[in-house]
Design a protein around this ligand. Structure first.
Ligand SMILES: [Zn+2]
Ligand SMILES: [Zn+2]
Length: 208
């Protein structure tokens, strides 16, 4: 039976001897660079018996490269860490984050909540002997005894992007001829009606 430790909130702020002004400057540089990090300390867990489980609640601002994930809210999730022989298994559940998108039809920005029911990754303590699929693994920083969940979260958010990136299913989009926002007004251009738009209708003639 795994030993379940009490849920604890993640400490976001790092202890630092730097002056506050200097620190905020450093932080803003980090925000600009888009290199999100979500560091968990795992020294205690790593020293625990196999099967030990540790739970965390995450509610944190993560700043990714906005070209990939333009976060519009904190990332919230339940995280469970399981200590195994040469790794820590990370299970993320009940995760959600609002993300800024551009509508693929009308090009207007819109926000959408991405939810991740469950995701799992292994964080290894050493490189596996087979190096084929190294990209699929993450590693424990065995000097600082930390793991960084940011890239796992970034991948999962992207995997859960909606298939249709539209501001609304009824969005009429921009006219492909004159650029008019057809949500606001109609234009006089002939629209390609899906019922009459038959791109291969002349193919038969060409083949004769
Ligand atoms: Zn739209
Ligand atoms: Zn038009």
């Amino acid at each position: 039976m795994p030993r379940i430790s009490k849920k604890k909130r993640i400490e976001i702020s790092e202890k630092s001897s730097e002056k506050p002004a200097k620190k905020s400057q450093k932080e803003s540089q980090k925000l600009q660079s888009g290199e999100a990090s979500l560091i968990l300390r795992v020294a205690k867990l790593w020293g625990s018996p196999e099967g030990t489980v540790e739970k965390h609640e995450i509610d944190q601002r993560l700043v990714f490269d906005p070209k990939e994930v333009d976060a519009a809210s904190n990332f919230q999730a339940d995280v469970m860490l399981i200590k195994l022989k040469d790794e820590i298994t990370v299970l993320i559940s009940n995760a959600n984050i609002k993300v800024n998108f551009l509508c693929s039809r009308c090009l207007k920005p819109f926000k959408k909540e991405i939810t991740i029911d469950a995701a799992e990754r292994e964080f290894l303590s050493k490189k596996p002997s087979k190096l084929d699929d190294l990209a699929d693994f993450y590693f424990i920083d065995t000097k600082a005894f930390t793991i960084d969940l940011a890239d796992m979260i970034r991948q999962e958010i992207i995997l859960h992007f909606p298939f249709n990136l539209v501001c609304s299913n009824s969005c009429r989009g921009l006219c492909s001829s004159c650029g008019t926002d057809r949500n606001k007004k109609a234009c006089k251009c002939k629209q390609e009606n899906p019922d009459t738009y038959l791109p291969f209708k002349n193919l038969k003639n060409l083949l004769q």
